[in-house]
Design a protein around this ligand. Sequence first.
Ligand code: 4NP
Length: 170
Amino acid sequence: MRICFVCLGNICRSPAAEAVFTHQMAARNDRASAEGAYHHVESAGTAAWHVGNPPHAGTVHEAAARGIALEHRGQQFNADDFDRFDLVVAMDTANVRDLLALAPDEVARKKVVRLGEFAPDVIGTARAGSEGLDVPDPYGQPATVFAAMFDQVETASAGLLDWIDSGGPD
Ligand code: 4NP
C-alpha cells in the first residue's frame, strides 16, 4: 500500500502523521513473527509555501520527546500524485476539499480519506459535526497544542493501520 498524509503546509501535521504511522508500522512488524506488511509512506501539503523545508520546530520537538524519528522535507501534493498513492489521508476538512478539487477523476477522489475517521471516538469529541473529525492546525500555537496534535494523530494512525492491515480500501 502506498500512503500519503496531507495537510496544508506539510511542516506540522502531515510530517507528524507520516512519522507516527511509520513508527507504529515498524513496531508492529517487529512484534510479528511472520513478515509484516510494510507500506510506502510519504507526506505532502496542499500549499507550496514550505517545499524543501524541514518540519516545524513544534513537530520536531514533540517527535523527539516521543522517540519518533522525523526525516522529511516539505513537498506539495499535485494532481499527478494521485497516481503514486493508493490512499491520500487528509488532516482536516479543508484539506479534503482542496484534494477533491485537485483530483482528476473519480478513481482519485475515492483515494481521499480523513485521518480522524479512523478514531471517531477520540478525535474532536468535544466538537459537534463533521469538523469534529479534523486534526486542527497547530501552526503558531504553543507546544501543548503540538502535543495534543500528536495524541490525536497517534490514536487515529493506529486505527488507520488496523484498517489497512484488515483489508483497507476496496
Ligand atoms: P500544517 O500547518 O498544515 O499542519 O503543516 C501549517 C503550516 C504552515 C502554515 C499553515 C499551516 N502557513 O501558513 O505557513
